[in-house]
Design a protein around this ligand. Structure first.
Ligand SMILES: [Zn+2]
Length: 267
């Protein structure tokens, strides 16, 4: 179901490390997830040259995960037996892996998430013990690895949950059309955002199967309704899909409460 590939340093066109300080397995106590907080299109070589430019001896992380959407690639970085440069004061005790991109409001693909899990399993196997998962923000003051990726990584790294949106909503974006978009629009109506969809479609209820500006607005409104800091509804990421479902559940709960009020009757 998930497609995770691997690249060696040379396949990823990384330059040799300028120096390397070995770490004993016994020193390692944890596993740390990062995002690179830049565009997902950055290459490992670009990140390495940035790290060289700030005086580091190599790319800072043990592994880099590149998300290509339909598959992900684990790129060998400093590896699991070397002092890293990923979290000040924790570079020998924690193995750090970074997903290239910014994951405050949306998760990377399920393939990239599977790659992170695989890195964690490999790190534990290398260390010969359980390595609790932390986010960079648990170690030092930073927003890294982004709200969405942090929640996923420290919430059990569940792939089923992340992929749940796949079936219906996940992956849709503005400009798409068809049955899955109709499903999204129906869900948005259930979440109470039907008005934003306009009166398009055969029933005049806004369910027309075209992901246009109204659907974009409604996706954003549904996300914000459950507290998301999202600023765009033009794409349904895995976390957006989960938030839209939560919006439906919350709306249903509100309707139930309103129904109780009516039963009490003050008219
Ligand atoms: Zn970080």
């Amino acid at each position: 179901m998930t497609d995770v590939r691997k690249q060696s340093r040379s396949q990823a066109v990384l330059a040799p490390a300028r120096s390397r300080s070995p770490v004993e397995k016994g020193e390692v106590r944890g596993f740390t997830v990062h995002h690179t907080a830049g565009p997902a299109t950055q290459t490992p070589a670009q990140i390495q040259s940035y790290h060289f430019s700030i005086g580091w001896s190599d790319v800072g992380y043990a592994r880099l995960v590149v998300d290509h959407g339909s598959y992900a690639v684990i790129v060998e970085g400093r590896g699991y037996g070397a002092e890293l440069a990923h979290a000040l004061g924790h570079n020998r005790s924690h193995l750090g892996v970074a997903v290239i991109g910014t994951y405050d409001n949306g998760l990377p693909s399920v393939h990239a998430l599977a790659a992170v899990r695989q890195c964690h399993a490999e790190a534990e196997s290398w260390a010969g013990r359980t390595l609790p998962v932390t986010g960079h923000r648990d170690l030092v003051s930073t927003g890294c690895p982004g709200d969405a990726l942090y929640a996923w990584a420290t919430g059990g790294m569940d792939l089923d949950e992340a992929a749940e949106g796949d079936e219906e909503l996940y992956g849709l974006s503005e400009g798409d059309s068809g049955e899955r978009v109709e499903g999204l629009q129906t869900t948005l109506r259930h979440a109470g955002f039907g008005d934003m969809l306009g009166d398009y479609g055969p029933r005049g209820d806004g369910v027309d199967g075209d992901y246009g500006s109204g659907t974009t607005e409604a996706v954003l409104a549904a996300r914000q309704y459950v507290g998301s800091g999202a600023t765009s509804g033009a794409r349904v990421s895995a976390i957006a899909a989960a938030q839209i479902r939560r919006a439906v559940a919350r709306r249903e709960a509100e309707r139930a409460v309103a129904g109780l009020d009516l039963d009490e009757g003050d008219c």
